[in-house]
Design a protein around this ligand. Structure first.
Ligand SMILES: C[S@@+](CC[C@H](N)C(=O)[O-])C[C@H]1O[C@@H](n2cnc3c(N)ncnc32)[C@H](O)[C@@H]1O
Length: 244
């Protein structure tokens, strides 16, 4: 039952990408199927729950996979098709994605056009875009593309846009992670090239440095390995606004 329910969720979250072309559909299947972060955030109940639904901001959203995943989770749960050992998913009021690459935003919009009031996407640079008020901000494998002062500025603005009990889910590579970290970087470069983008220098920190620096910005931080089944050194930092 649990395996079937997870497979059905995956099928439902990938299906909209058939309308965005073969590449988008295959990419959705590979990424949502193999990257443990999508199942992990639901199985471990990492997003907040609110009456009326939560507002999620997805920074560096790519083709909008997180939006499709969360909207499909809510729909599958409502149909009673839900893994028996997972908590109920959060209701989604709105998911907004910010993405640098217009081609990815086109794919996201093409896939999710039927839910265009709840899933919106903009072409934008996280270093300059406005962040709307949010209950959860998700940044998966994106911050390392900009230098350290720019990363800190993004995180300061994320802190400001989050509600008091909001959460930031930030996935990063652990620069102290040895060979798995080197493999992550190599794969990142290959995928960036396959997607038709130029590869540029990246800016990474060890998890200890991330925890110190994010705590200084006013978050409490818990680090969770989020690379199960992959050869990478990816860590999910679950960051809550620290009570003042
Ligand atoms: C490795 S992909 C991850 C995509 C998505 N977060 C996911 O997990 O499926 C990184 C994404 O960040 C985007 N990106 C890089 N720099 C950005 C910036 N300055 N502002 C917004 N998006 C950016 C890239 O174009 C790419 O789509």
């Amino acid at each position: 039952m649990t395996i079937n329910a997870i497979q059905n969720l995956l099928t439902a979250a990938c299906a909209p990408y058939q309308q965005a072309g073969r590449f988008a559909w295959h990419f959705a299947q590979g990424k949502l199927g193999r990257d443990p972060v999508f199942k992990g955030m639901l199985a471990r109940n990492l997003l907040p729950h609110r009456d009326g639904g939560i507002r999620v901001l997805d920074i560096g959203c790519g083709q909008g996979l997180l939006s499709s995943w969360l909207l499909s989770a809510q729909a599958q749960h409502a149909k009673g098709e839900w893994p028996a050992n997972w908590p109920a998913p959060p209701a989604i009021a709105h998911v907004h994605g910010i993405e640098l690459m217009p081609r990815d935003v086109d794919r996201a919009r093409a896939a999710l056009h039927k839910d265009s009031t709840r899933a919106t996407f903009e072409v934008g640079n996280m270093c300059t875009a406005n962040f709307p008020p949010s209950d959860a901000v998700v940044i998966l494998d994106v911050l390392h593309y900009v230098d350290f002062p720019a990363q800190d500025d993004v995180l300061r603005r994320v802190h400001a846009c989050l509600t008091d009990d909001g959460v930031l889910l930030l996935r990063v590579g652990d620069a102290a992670g040895g060979l798995p970290f080197k493999i992550s970087n190599w794969v990142d470069n290959v995928v960036t090239s396959i997607r038709g983008h130029k590869t540029l220098p990246t800016f990474c920190r060890s998890i200890a440095d991330w925890q110190r620096d994010i705590t200084a910005l006013g978050f409490s931080v818990q680090a969770m390995p989020m690379h199960e089944g992959t050869p990478f050194a990816n860590i999910l930092l679950v960051c809550h606004k620290a009570k003042t």
